[in-house]
Design a protein around this ligand. Structure first.
Ligand code: HEC
Ligand code: HEC
Length: 358
């Protein structure tokens, strides 16, 4: 590690302890609550599964047909999609659980069928103060109206899926992936529909598939002489993107509180870019407050890289592993593996061999 490893570790352990000492209100959508709230428990798993067989069109945007005026308008789902075992979406995952919790604390639980598909008609709570944005950035257009005293006159339309606010987790066995969702992505007044496949696409899509699983990344794992480019980068690429990427990774602002208290926005990379060894520096546009897409300036976004979270020669002291292994530190991205997983062992061996950019 280039920085003093023990100091860094102590600071992070301290912060983690603080974070854990707090109890996250299930209905609370503040930054830490989004990152660390454990998946809800105690509900009936699959209690909200929709009726039918639903084995067709896995991976497609279900809402393309299941919407008013669409080919399957007799069946309108509030939430539907496909769950995969891997982020690129190569193999579907049966019997995984998709958990949503809306802003009123209501839990919706769905299980994926043999095609990986899930769907429901259960309603999700709408935020009366929803703000529309242009792809997550300014201008912010309120979907509600206020009187001159600031009192709510008209609430944002509750049947518009983009006003539904909820968090999401996907779970299979002990593996849980928090999605840190803040608001419904997709759907609008003109396209009143929702499908998880709209914002979790296939390989080419930055978001990747909706996935939870422990499929080994590599086809072949050498026991020694691990290479950064050949073995380590592919593992990080397929597990740690899209969160730990260069550039701006702040959750979109979707509601009046997000705009009045910007602290509700979360940098879902934690300032860490795992796609580069040394870290990165990217110019990111700042937008005009009222003119859509008009860039007014650029800000520099600097991030730490892989080298900053490894302690060469010492896997147990390396944050890269401590943050992602079962029983390690709490991590905004969840746990990925136990110590016997081939990906974990490859990362561990590469660190033991010096964590070189080889
Ligand atoms: C290309 C159009 C299309 C897409 C995409 C699509 N469906 Fe359908 N779906 C249909 C049609 C057509 C029906 C039959 C409607 C009817 O009988 O009125 C249907 C019926 C269903 C049914 C009830 C009948 C059954 O098979 O049990 C379910 C459940 C279902 N779809 C789930 C899904 C899910 C989940 C997705 C996304 C992964 C999806 N559909 C994507 C067209 C589509
Ligand atoms: C769903 C998003 C997400 C994914 C996927 C994810 N992370 Fe994270 N990670 C976060 C967030 C948010 C933080 C900041 C909060 C924290 O420290 O837990 C973070 C922090 C970290 C940190 C601490 C950085 C520091 O300097 O304190 C490390 C190390 C880390 N992640 C490693 C990984 C690795 C390795 C993977 C892939 C195996 C991964 N993460 C996947 C969201 C994610």
């Amino acid at each position: 590690m280039r920085k003093k490893p023990m100091v860094l570790l102590a600071v992070i352990l301290g912060a983690a302890a603080l974070a854990l000492a707090q109890v996250y209100d299930l209905t609370d959508f503040h930054a830490l609550g989004r990152m660390y709230q454990p998946a809800p428990d105690g509900h009936g798993v699959g209690k909200d599964n929709g009726p039918g067989r639903g084995t067709h069109h896995p991976g497609e945007d279900c809402g393309r047909c299941h919407r008013p005026g669409g080919r399957a308008e007799g069946y309108i789902w509030t939430m539907a999609g496909t769950l995969y075992a891997d982020r690129p979406g190569k193999s579907v995952l049966a019997n995984g659980e998709i958990i949503l919790q809306d802003r009123e604390g209501q839990v919706v639980s769905l299980t994926s069928n043999q095609a990986g598909n899930f769907w429901t008609t259960s309603p999700l709570a709408s935020d009366p103060y929803t703000v529309a944005t242009t792809h997550g950035h300014e201008p912010f257009i309120p979907l509600y109206t206020l009187d001159s005293n600031g009192n709510l006159v008209t609430a944002a339309p509750a049947d518009d899926p983009s006003t539904w606010h909820y968090k999401t987790w996907v779970r299979k066995g002990n593996a849980v992936r928090p999605m840190m969702t803040i608001a419904g992505a997709g759907g609008s007044l003109t396209t009143p529909r929702m499908s998880c496949n709209m914002h979790h696409g296939g390989v080419a899509h930055r978001a990747g598939a909706l996935w939870v699983g422990r499929v080994p990344t590599l086809e072949f794992y050498p026991t020694q002489h691990l290479g950064y480019r050949k073995h380590i980068y592919p593992i990080l690429r397929s597990n740690c993107a899209p969160c730990h990427i260069p550039g701006k990774t702040v959750t979109p602002r979707n509601s009046r509180t997000d705009i009045e208290t910007p602290s509700t926005a979360v940098d879902y990379s934690g300032g860490l870019d795992l796609m580069t060894y040394e870290g990165s520096e990217v110019q990111s546009p700042l937008y005009h407050p009222t003119i859509p897409y008009k860039v007014i300036a650029y800000e520099t976004i600097r991030k730490k890289g892989v080298a900053d979270v490894v302690d060469p020669g010492s896997p147990p002291k390396s944050l890269l592993l401590v943050k992602t292994v079962e029983g390690g530190m709490p991590h905004g991205g969840g746990t990925f593996w136990n110590q016997g997983h081939p990906d974990y062992r490859a990362l561990s061996e590469w660190i033991r061999e010096g964590a070189r950019n080889n």
